[in-house]
Design a protein around this ligand. Sequence first.
Ligand SMILES: *[C@@H]1O[C@H](CO)[C@@H](O)[C@H](O)[C@H]1NC(C)=O
Ligand SMILES: *[C@@H]1O[C@H](CO)[C@@H](O)[C@H](O)[C@H]1NC(C)=O
Length: 481
Amino acid sequence: MLCVSIASCLLMHVQTGNTIDVPSTPPSTAKPVDPALLSVSLEFFAFPGYTQLAATTNCLDNIASLRGGVQPAVRIGGTTQDRATYDANLGIAVNYTVASPADAPASLTFGPQFITLASQLRGQVTLGLNRQLNNQPASLGAAVLAKQNMKNLFAVELGNEPEFYASNSPIIVAGGKGWNQDVDAASQKSWFQTFSSSARVGSIFQGAVTLSWTAGGTLSRLGSDGAALLKSLSRHSYPQSACGGASTNLPSLMNHSGIVSYTRQYQSEAAAAHAAGIKYFLGETNSATCGGGGISPTFGAALWIIDYVLQGALNGVDRLYFHQGTISNCAYCFWGQSSIFTPYYGAAFVSEFLGSDGAKVAMLDDGTSALGVYAVYTSSNVPVRLLVVSTNYFDGTGTRSSSTVSFTGLATAAGTKQAKRLTAPNAMSRVDQGAAVTIGGSASFSSSCARNGVQVTESVTVSGNGLSVSVKASEALVVFL
Ligand SMILES: *[C@@H]1O[C@H](CO)[C@@H](O)[C@H](O)[C@H]1NC(C)=O
Ligand SMILES: *[C@@H]1O[C@H](CO)[C@@H](O)[C@H](O)[C@H]1NC(C)=O
């Protein structure tokens, strides 16, 4: 690019003309925000290990303190829930052997101590139990104990991603009718009925738990009598996959208009769940399956989390449970044995935007550009914070562009507001590779997820009931109104 002067060069890189009116009350498109909108899913076999890490408690506490004391909910489950058999006589929480600490076990048992550890979590817990092995007495034993001992129990899952069960799975062989969504839904319903009619369990199930099969499809197959046994409907969601050598793409992951259109696919099944009187969750989600393909641990993925969580809420998703897999062998994890990873910065930042008083969120842009612009409103319908996320991809080379957004219609005529910025050198930046990913200029997290450094805010001038902010490509900013 040829620039005849510094001023013309700067002009080329500054997008202008984004003027956005802030509605003084939530627009009709605004949607409610669950206090635990951003929640976590812990891989079943790794759950006892997670309870040994100070980071687990601290990272969840940080989110809770940003959200007015409400802890993120925790789902314990994943692929290994369908490899796990409950053993009431096991003297330890979980028992398995693996060739390498990076592996997930092919088979495992768990005992009453596993349920005790789950009962100690501070948020609501959804416990994933096994259906694939067709050992109903074992899973029922665990469900009964969970119901008795876990005051924090929200729901119980029976089976994980049944569409991927191997054809020789005991549940399939025993049914003898092959396996498809109809057969699976009938199996789920029969298990829910058996478990709930044990008076000690009740109607506390999380249904579907599918990735490629729609959760709405399972809900309709369960019928209204099946739906009556549910607390929630769960769909799994990974926008990208590195499975089988598939390629991943960070500019596409973090692309605002792409996130808007991707997340819209959940709107109709969320509405169906709500019509049935139950919650709708992305009950296991993260950026890219099968190791993340290099994009999951990046700053771009942190920005994706911000936009994706808010688009989830706007499409009727009550909670998104970000999956945490094998400890320290997990590209998309928020934390590990001794590090806090870059995606957590996005989780913390969107939690700060939603805050302790965020009751409704609205998108203020039209969803077609790279700039996501949001407002959050209190329960008394007052806008309290604005968020701008620039999903323009900056790879660290050349000049970093910036965008100016002008807001009008503020309640304050003139004065100063404060803003806080989430930034990093570029979209590929990784804290675990030493990059300076910061909230408010210098703040970060220690290896045990304690907050480090002082977060500074930037002053923004208000005049004529409006203000302007500037965000660089691959950066986000919250304005406190
Ligand atoms: C764990 O499993 C192994 C292999 O089956 C077994 O030898 C061992 O006794 C088990 N540990 C406990 C505490 O039950
Ligand atoms: C972003 O998403 C939109 C809509 O899906 C698409 O047209 C555009 O090409 C995407 N851009 C990038 C960089 O992926």
